[in-house]
Design a protein around this ligand. Structure first.
Ligand code: SF4
Length: 85
């Protein structure tokens, strides 16, 4: 990640939050909800979400999305197909 790519992060609402909330080792639904609540009030949520999707960030909450939600957003076709039996 290049510093110029994430300059907007300096304005992120998570700067004053516990990093473990956004990068938990074993996230609980409550942690995810709390992290998303911080993101919902963040002035750079669009920049953050776009960056995470473009960069393929695989861990943590970025732009109010979990890793699973980002995977679905990047590859919606994969998630629409029925599972192979
Ligand atoms: S959208 Fe969320 S993760 Fe991204 S900078 Fe804002 S608070 Fe941090």
């Amino acid at each position: 990640m290049q510093p110029e790519e994430i300059g907007w992060l300096r304005r992120g609402a998570c700067r004053s939050s516990d990093p473990d909330l956004f990068f938990p080792l074993a996230p609980t639904p409550l942690q995810v909800t709390r992290a998303k609540a911080v993101c919902a009030g963040c002035q750079v949520i669009q920049e953050c979400r776009s960056y995470a999707l473009r960069a393929g960030e695989s861990d943590g909450i970025w732009g109010g999305l979990t890793p699973e939600e980002r995977r679905r957003a990047r590859s919606p076709e994969t998630y629409r197909r029925p599972a192979a039996s």
